[in-house]
Design a protein around this ligand. Structure first.
Ligand code: 13P
Ligand code: SF4
Length: 361
């Protein structure tokens, strides 16, 4: 399992919520000895003391999902991070998601329960490598999938998530070359959906989705012939060609409301969530091996430790943050959830009368 670089997470950094909770235990291991009920009580108490919100990605363990204030896909979570009134955002997901929250809410403290929870796909491309790619393609527009570091987003013209990648690419003039980083599979899917032939894709991928294979899909279909097949666009194109629907994890949650049986080509955490929510329905993982070990680094005991110790805090270089924010807000303006401020609102923001980034569609 690869890890995102650690420097943006500063275990010693102290934000506005520094200081231990009075009854904090020394290490995450001490928290692991507590019962689930004790951990949940602690988490709820600290959350209200800190005015914190817990954001959880759809791939989180079910016990983390149970204490999350918002569970969602990358787009929903970034919209929430941009709009929340909380002072502290605790991100149960991977590194790039917590960074995105910090980029969009610089005045808030953003914490992660485990600083090693990185996304190997995001690590495929660095800011330096992307700058070289841009030099080789002058005039091209850069689209950065949100599964990328803040440094990479800072080099991009616009970001996208799996739920709005097609829409984002359609917003770019047809004759302009697009550099799409870091997911080659999502790039190919977008190319196919938009009919473009000018997308230059980085050669990155998600090990969880890239490993899904047709044999497994055939076996699942034989066992559950009535189930609709829904696959995440990070999977390979031969698999996507067989899907009834291609959509983000948030899209899968919506489809689960409408259908009684689904074969899900994505990480297992989502299947666990849907089975808990709809025990009478049939939700089948396309592959039982589709587990993102990075997402699973977050546990309930580390979450309790994180709130008690106010760690690990995400800290970003301000120049990188600002440039990454531009690319993210352009995306949010296209997808809803945030609208660019009018000239009058911008003046109020500059004067500190209106909070920056409070616009919502
Ligand atoms: P979603 O935006 O669809 O939740 O995907 C995030 C992710 O990391 C998929 O692997
Ligand atoms: Fe990254 Fe894949 Fe894990 Fe999503 S599932 S966080 S893309 S490694």
């Amino acid at each position: 399992m690869a890890h995102s670089p650690l420097p943006v997470l500063s275990p010693t950094a102290r934000g506005p919520v520094s200081g231990l909770a009075p009854d904090a235990l020394p290490t995450p291991l001490d928290y692991a000895a507590l019962s689930r009920t004790e951990l949940e009580e602690r988490i709820r108490a600290r959350k209200s003391e800190l005015n914190a919100v817990i954001l959880g990605h759809n791939y989180q363990r079910v016990e983390i999902q149970a204490v999350s204030d918002l569970l969602g896909d990358s787009l929903a979570l970034s919209q929430e991070a941009a709009d929340t009134d909380a002072d502290v955002i605790v991100f149960c997901g991977v590194h790039f998601m917590a960074e995105t929250a910090k980029v969009l809410s610089p005045g808030k403290t953003v914490l992660m329960p485990d600083s090693r929870a990185g996304c190997p796909m995001a690590d495929f491309v660095t800011g330096e490598a992307l700058r070289r790619m841009k030099e080789a393609h002058p005039g091209a527009a850069v689209v950065a999938y949100v599964n990328s570091t803040a440094e990479v987003k800072a080099e991009a013209d616009i970001c996208c998530t799996s739920s709005n990648a097609v829409e984002v690419v359609r917003s770019i003039p047809e004759d302009q070359t697009i550099l799409f980083v870091p997911d080659r599979n999502l790039a190919r899917y977008v190319e196919e959906q938009t009919g473009r032939d000018n997308i230059v894709a980085w050669d990155g991928y998600c090990y969880v989705h890239d490993d899904l294979v047709l044999d497994e899909l055939d076996a699942a279909r034989k066992r559950y012939p009535e189930a609709r097949v829904v696959i995440h666009p990070e999977a390979r194109d031969d698999l996507l060609a067989e899907a009834d629907e291609v959509t983000s994890t948030g899209g899968m949650v919506r489809l689960a409301q409408e259908h009684d049986a689904l074969i899900l080509g994505t990480e297992r955490g989502l299947v666990d969530q849907l089975r808990e929510r709809y025990p009478e329905k049939t939700f089948v993982p396309l592959s039982g091996a589709a587990v993102c070990g990075n997402m699973k680094l977050n546990t309930l005991s580390k979450l309790a430790w994180c709130l008690d110790h106010r760690q690990h805090e995400v800290v970003l270089d301000e120049d990188i943050r600002r440039r990454a924010e531009d690319a993210l807000r352009k995306m949010l303006a296209i997808s809803g959830g945030w609208t660019a401020p009018s000239a009058e609102e911008e003046e109020l923001e500059l004067a500190g009368v209106r909070p920056k980034g409070c616009g919502c569609a």
